[in-house]
Design a protein around this ligand. Structure first.
Ligand code: HPA
Ligand code: ZN
Length: 350
């Protein structure tokens, strides 16, 4: 792969840089599909499925999107996901995301889904996976987006529950490329899922995990050393441990950073105090992502644009972050090279 930065970077500033952030091709590697459910779609699906919502209307629901921490968000997020019942619902949710992603010039997306929050309500694994996988196939035809799915285990549930979820998904193994670990981080360390992730490794699944969002830097190390993950989701608490920062940079372990999420869930006080610029400067393979865009105030381009406004990041960093999103993705090298060439072309034309 050729990773030679374009020559004209210093000339791209101000409005030109802002425009380029929006139009440059990029991959999104950290988006929970249930976190893309917009309030309007939640109400549509609730009506369609006869699900009662504890909110009078869309505005009342939106007003509930003020979060004190990760758990206060998760309570609202799981309640919103309760409207999903049929294969068509999962398909509609994912197609709505792909339309937004296409508008943001996303060319590749690795999309998380949380099957346990649906199977616990009696929805079959096949209903979830068939709906989402059909949307991924359609995304290619409709938007030219290459998309794949990552099955996340809910870490507040037991190891046995995670194993049962893996069993239920294995007949549909071809429909997802990897596994992840999300939900309430504190008190649910990576070690709890060591055996599940070892089994996933034997099955040839890619492995990622949320670590160092609210939890300590030690959870990032455990995700690497015990779960053998290839990427860390969030990972921003690594800044508490300079040795770990050096390790992440040295080994080029990707971090899927979600700046607007971190502000909304009070992981950082303000965007101006976000460690992303420091992580990039330290040589860490960071990427920018939206996490749960319907809840956190913006899709991936809003994350790029707002973060570049708040932090000392320039065109060289924009190139690095987009290039990282391809380098960190679970695709063959030829696809990475093709998208990086398209990135070079976008910079050359800027
Ligand atoms: N952290 C943990 N679990 C999640 C998140 C998050 O940011 N979003 C959806 N599930
Ligand atoms: Zn997340």
């Amino acid at each position: 792969m050729r990773f030679a930065p374009p020559a004209n970077l210093d000339a791209i500033t101000g409005d030109r840089l802002q425009a380029l952030l929006r139009t440059m091709p990029k991959a999104e590697l950290h988006v929970h599909i249930e976190g893309t459910l917009e309030p309007e779609l939640i109400f549509d699906l609730a009506r369609r499925n006869g699900v009662a919502l504890p909110y009078a209307d869309v505005e009342a629901l939106r007003t509930a999107y003020a979060f004190a921490d990760l758990q206060s968000f998760l309570d609202v997020y799981y309640a919103g996901a309760g409207v999903l019942r049929t294969e068509e619902d999962f398909h509609a949710m994912a197609m709505a995301y792909f339309a937004r992603a296409a508008a943001d010039h996303v060319v590749h997306a690795e999309v998380f889904f949380d099957p346990q929050t649906h199977t616990a309500r009696g929805v079959a694994m096949a209903t979830i996976l068939h709906g989402l996988a059909r949307a991924c196939r359609e995304a290619r035809h409709t938007y030219g987006i290459d998309a794949s799915l990552i099955l996340c285990f809910l870490r507040h549930l037991s190891e046995a529950d995670a194993f049962a979820t893996l069993e239920a998904a294995l007949p549909l193994r071809d429909l997802f490329v990897g596994v992840g670990l999300d939900s309430s981080e504190r008190g649910n360390p990576p070690e709890k899922f060591a055996r599940v992730f070892a089994r996933c490794g034997e099955l040839g699944l890619h492995r990622v995990a949320h670590a160092g969002e609210e939890g300590p830097a030690a959870y990032i190390e455990a995700a690497l050393d015990v779960l053998h993950v290839e990427r860390i989701d969030h990972g921003v608490r690594c800044v508490d441990d300079p040795t770990l920062v050096a390790r992440l940079a040295g080994a080029q372990i990707p971090l899927t950073v979600c700046p607007l999420s971190n502000v909304k869930l009070r992981v950082v006080p303000t965007l101006a105090q976000h460690p992303l610029a420091a992580l990039v400067a330290a040589g860490i393979r960071a990427t920018i992502n939206s996490d749960d865009p319907a809840y956190f105030g913006g899709y991936v381009n809003a994350n790029y644009v707002d973060t570049f406004r708040a932090l000392p990041l320039d065109a060289r960093d924009a190139y690095t972050l987009a290039r990282n999103s391809f380098a960190a993705s679970f695709v063959e090298d030829s696809a990475k090279a093709r998208w990086t060439d398209a990135l070079d072309a976008a910079f050359a034309a800027a």
